[in-house]
Design a binder for this molecule. Structure first.
Ligand code: GLU
Length: 484
């Protein structure tokens, strides 16, 4: 049977990292086995649907490169299918009409306490096809004033195997008769989810562990319909940086990192924060999954080939923005210049307007290994755009003034007469030896003049890019400072 996995978000909000990881693991499980990755929008609860969320989810998956193999399915367009399936269960005796109003139910809850469970055979005045007379139920059904509930069996241990957690057991007496079709004719999550997984030939259900409590209902539905259930993978939670409790948007905001894949309602997403999709994907794959190897950098294709569901851990996974940023750095450093340019958007256009396309390409390839985040470009390209506005005082104060002025002087001469940066380097070496100054010291002095500190990319490359005029201007500026 062809492997088919689905990502089934509800459009109740933007796509956050928990959702991205779920989508990713679905993708990997499907692709690993040469199968299909399906996107299903679970939008049966119109009251909880947030405008723009569906588009945000779709765009985020596109940015991440987790491209569904089929056009996204939308549950709101499949109402009839669920209704028919609810009817099948009613005919089989596994589901029934129930007529209690919300008010009735809240009275029940008050009377019987919060652990009140709706079960058709509770003899406490519930209104459903088991308790009311036939004529009454018929007229209520005709009025359309009903929900449909599934029957929860009594005194049974429901066993189900989870690929991550092993065998799980649920006591059926702790379940209630869950609503599967609401009064507006829409299915609830349980019915729609199971019917669709069957209809869409889903072989692996991969979702967050918060759905474990729904599992016994799903297992019962598979049994009632007489369908073989898929394989289940319930992923561990993503934990706060401290390792205690589930990571929330607030925790992330407090520590200044994003939770959404893309920008949403004024909150910066991972993209805008400076992640490459490859970096985020790679980090999230390592969050809750590992293999024997200690390799850390993986492309999506590599992940597809090495991923194994058996490597998913049971325990929660601590989110570590430092590690995530480090992994992102590896992808930027080893990424093609073209990719970095694409990700840097407007910043690159700015560079091009100053240096032209070719030199801008050189700038990017020169600085990319120094970037943790794409937005670091801002500070890294500064050295090409402006002469130093100040000097690192620690370095400046340590300079032997006299010696530094000699160095700057022969630097000016060499820059003027040399045809390229290799020739400058040669000239500087020669002059250093002649003046009994170490080449290291010469380089330090020149770097201070060009960059303002002892950091930055290859000095001769910078000189090449900013050109003779700007190089001389910067050397003269330090000369002047030293003479003051
Ligand atoms: N609609 C559910 C969600 O929003 C899907 C859970 C599942 O994958 O079964 O996460």
């Amino acid at each position: 049977m062809k492997e088919r996995a689905r990502f089934a978000p509800s459009p109740t909000g933007p796509l956050h990292i928990g959702g991205v990881r779920t989508a990713l693991f679905n993708y990997l499980i499907a692709k690993k086995n040469g199968g299909d990755f399906v996107l299903r929008i679970e939008d049966t609860d119109s009251q909880r649907t947030v405008p723009g969320a569906e588009e945000h989810i779709i765009k985020s998956l596109e940015w991440l490169g987790l491209i569904p193999d089929e056009k996204p399915y939308k549950q709101s367009e499949r109402k009839e299918i669920y209704l028919n399936h609810a009817k099948i269960l009613i005919e089989k005796g596994f589901a029934y009409y129930s007529f209690d109003t919300l008010e009735d139910l809240s009275v029940m809850k008050k009377k019987h306490g919060n652990d009140f469970k709706y079960r058709h055979d509770n003899n406490i005045g519930l209104k459903n096809t088991f308790t009311l007379a036939k004529e009454e139920t018929e007229s209520l059904i005709n009025n359309g004033d009903f929900v449909v509930r599934m029957v929860a069996p009594k005194n049974e241990t429901i066993l189900v195997n989870d690929q991550i957690r092993g065998e799980l057991s649920f006591n059926s007496n702790e379940l209630e008769d869950k609503v599967i079709l609401k009064s507006d004719g829409m299915p609830t999550y349980h019915l729609a989810n199971v019917v669709d997984d069957k209809d869409m030939k889903i072989t692996s259900v991969v979702r967050g562990e918060e759905w474990l409590s729904s599992l016994p209902f799903h297992v019962l539905l598979y049994r009632y319909f007489d369908w073989a259930p898929p394989r289940f993978f319930h992923l561990p939670l993503i934990l706060k940086t401290t390792g205690k409790g589930k990571l929330s948007k607030r925790d992330a905001e407090e520590q200044g990192f994003p939770v959404f894949a893309l920008e949403w309602g004024g909150s910066v997403g991972f993209k805008e924060y400076g992640f490459l999709p490859e970096g985020l994907i790679n980090y999230l794959a390592l969050l809750g999954w590992s293999n024997e190897s200690d390799k850390e950098k993986y492309s999506l294709e590599e992940l597809v080939s090495v991923f194994d569901g058996a490597g998913i851990r049971k325990s929660g996974a601590r989110f570590d923005i430092k590690k995530a940023t480090w992994i992102n750095h590896l992808h930027i450093k080893e990424g093609s210049t073209k990719k970095i340019i694409e990700a840097s958007g407007k910043k690159f256009d700015e560079l091009v307007s100053l240096f032209g396309e070719e030199k801008s390409n050189q700038v990017i390839s020169l600085v990319k290994e120094r970037l943790n985040l794409i937005v670091d470009l801002q500070k890294e390209v500064g050295v090409f755009l402006n002469s130093p506005s100040s000097y690192d005082l620690k370095v400046l104060n340590k300079l032997n003034k006299e010696e530094a002025l000699i160095v700057l002087n022969f630097c000016i001469l060499e820059v003027r007469v040399s045809k390229d940066s290799a020739a400058i380097k040669e000239g500087l070496f020669r002059e250093s030896t002649k003046n009994k100054i170490s080449f290291g010291q010469t380089m330090k002095t020149l770097r201070l003049a060009i960059v303002g500190a002892l950091k930055g990319p290859d000095l001769f490359k910078i000189v090449e890019i900013i050109g003779t005029g700007e190089t001389l201007k910067r050397i003269n500026k330090l000369t002047k400072t030293l003479k003051q």
